[in-house]
Design a protein around this ligand. Sequence first.
Ligand SMILES: *Cc1c(COP(=O)(O)O)cnc(C)c1O
Length: 219
Amino acid sequence: MSIQENYHHIKNRLPQHVQLVAVSKTHPVSAIREVYDLGQRVFGENKVQELTEKQSELPEDIQWHLIGHLQTNKVKYIAGFIDTIQSVDSEKLLKEIDKEAAKHNRTIKILLQVKIAEEDTKYGLTKDKARELFRLSLNGAFPNIIISGLMGMATFTENKEQVRKEFMSLKVLFDEFSQDKTLETLSMGMSDDFPVAVECGANSVRVGSAIFGQRDYTK
Ligand SMILES: *Cc1c(COP(=O)(O)O)cnc(C)c1O
């Protein structure tokens, strides 16, 4: 199927209230423009350098989301334009984003990335650490940051029940936090598991290969 067909297929499968983040990593600017021309405005990238290069060549009204691990020393390259950083996984990073956002007179939206996968993954906050950071933020510790929600990635497995269990555990945390502050975004689900994520309460999904096709890392 073409990118256009893929895009419409995904859009048709998503309920109205679910935001689609089109994950364009490894794909060229021309492919992003094709999806932009279909009306998509929210795109996700996972590497700072690739993101800044693409951002400079594409329309200003794109809302860029960073979805990959971010090193503190690279925050400065994206602080001027990034809409949402979905992959905040340490207090140090939160502080750095706050500092850089202030320099640009901006507030940057972030999601706390929480480790929900049972498989060994490198990144993501424990639920307790996420609670602690959320609490600090409620107390005004990060004036130039808005914690707008949570992000999680499930174990890479065919076992849908495992995936469902992990997504549900993040939904429970999301509901817990929502008692103290209205949170906009629960970001869960990728090309292979977004229908399960939506069933579990995701209102934002990050879909790459199901729109743009397989990624070729050898290029
Ligand atoms: C690459 C990536 C996605 C998209 O993955 P697909 O399987 O291609 O849909 C979503 N989230 C994160 C964090 C990613 O790195």
